[in-house]
Design a protein around this ligand. Sequence first.
Ligand SMILES: Cc1ncc(COP(=O)(O)O)c(C=O)c1O
Length: 397
Amino acid sequence: MTTDASPKRIYLDNAATSFPKPEAVYEAVDRYNRQIGVAVGRSAYRQAVELHRVIDRCRTLAAQLLGAESPERIIFTFNATDGLNMAIHGLLRPGDHVVTSAVEHNSVLRPLRDEEERNGVEVTRVAADRSGCVDPDAVRQAVRPNTRLVALLHASNVTGTIQPVEEVAEIAHAVGAFFLVDAAQTAGHLPIDLQTLPADLLACAGHKGLLGPLGTGLLYVRPGLEDQLRSLRQGGTGSQSEDDRQPAHLPDKYESGNHNAPALCGLEAALSFLMDRTVAAIHEHELRLTRRLLEGLAAIPGVELYGPPAPDRPRVGVVSFTLEGFEPQDLATILDESFGIQARAGLHCAPGAHRAIGTFEQGGTVRFSTSVFTTDADIDAALAAVRSIAGCDERGA
Ligand SMILES: Cc1ncc(COP(=O)(O)O)c(C=O)c1O
């Protein structure tokens, strides 16, 4: 608990979930809870109509932000993991082959391992280099005529490395495979246009870079793919209620049961905020802060940095580092308790990424991750804290 004696809180764990949210998000959630308070798509009274409009707008904004063909291609999920599971388990059948990378998050690695063990799906995991980057040629060599799915993360949640997704999409499509993108660390941080990034499925969180509340996520489904993608959950949709079969149309096919309405109201406000600010401007802001962070950390004796070697390489605002003489978990605890700097230490649910960069055995890294609300002063405070822990003169080096 924060007390008056505690240092100011500087939150640099936005890759886990973003904080703070835009003010309008808090207001929208509060308004829903106090004044709307009804289910989505089930009734026709005044508040239900108002809510319906907000949820429609949320879907439309999400489609615009990602460059989807139309709003119904966007499925509301409960987080990125939910959408990734819907995509992987909904698409794969016994005997299929999948290509993915070794540096995926567990929300891709574990559903794929489950498909392997339960359904006889074969999975090839291509390696990444020391910067966490996947070589498209490795994917080219791994695909086969029976490859049904290629799944790749857009940016690493350990190193911030942006993967060559456009090239990999081409390779997947050349053998007739579908391409799934895990955009958990890019949506809201890096402009995404599904008309130039030809993903068949793209999953992201609503609560990270999209700045919405926890309990929200999105799954994009390319037109026509709904014929191949089973729904994992069936139930009430508020539509075609006379029929005990799941509706075939989108988004209802994949949205059974009551929505997380308060959080979706918040997400709508967050998406409006993002459209106003523009993701391109947010990316520039975060890139500038990331360079400042990388340059500052590189100058501290005993700090080792991981990920794209040059600060000017394309990346998102996720920075992993270690400090000689400190276990990552201990360093994160000191940063929090003594300096109010909140970072995440460990393997970040991505053991393969830590194997690729050589930090698995030592228990991972400490990760700083930025958002639109991170300031130069936050970065400078984090750098001063690491300098102090490293034993440098706080005004020097
Ligand atoms: C690359 C990546 N994929 C998937 C996820 C899972 O996201 P969620 O917590 O929304 O399920 C994360 C979470 O950190 C992530 O970084």
